[in-house]
Design a protein around this ligand. Sequence first.
Ligand SMILES: [Zn+2]
Length: 192
Amino acid sequence: MITNIARGVQAFTSNAFLVEGDRTVLVDTGANFDAVGTLDEREADLDAVVLTHTHSDHVGNLDSVKDAFGVEAWGFDADQPGVDNAIGDEETVRLGDDGYVALHTPGHKNDHLCFYSAGAGVLFAGDLVFQNGSFGRTDLEEGDRGRLIESIDRLSQRVDGHLAEMHTGHGPSVTTDPARDIEMAGQAARMG
Ligand SMILES: [Zn+2]
């Protein structure tokens, strides 16, 4: 089961997805809300934190979650604060009951990863693409529009036809033909 524990939070935060199963994982921790309290309320037995990238709105709650549950964090770049273990491009990570391939997808931030399970038909897209063809900011440090477009194109080719659910770093998840939203984001990023 996948639950956004930041849903309804009025604060500067990303979404934070609790993926329950064999290996219960929090994909991004969010920021500026009581993630530990929310996880306790749900009686979530966390095994790990996995990060799409290390922008402050995605990792603000990282230390408190790690401390409360005694878990480690995985991300692309283990030199980033709070990241204990590195995940390489094309490496498979277990989230809940499924294996997800990590796709290094820079352009919004250098350490950005998407996580895709062809078997489950689920994608965690981080801040690369959003609903309705929106795409991640490239005006921040490490932002690069050309690289972002390459990352979106790679993702678009990878998920073609298999994708049922896309969970994004901000805004609502997409459950109706998310591949189309990714394709639209690629077009929009070229124009805007
Ligand atoms: Zn970001």
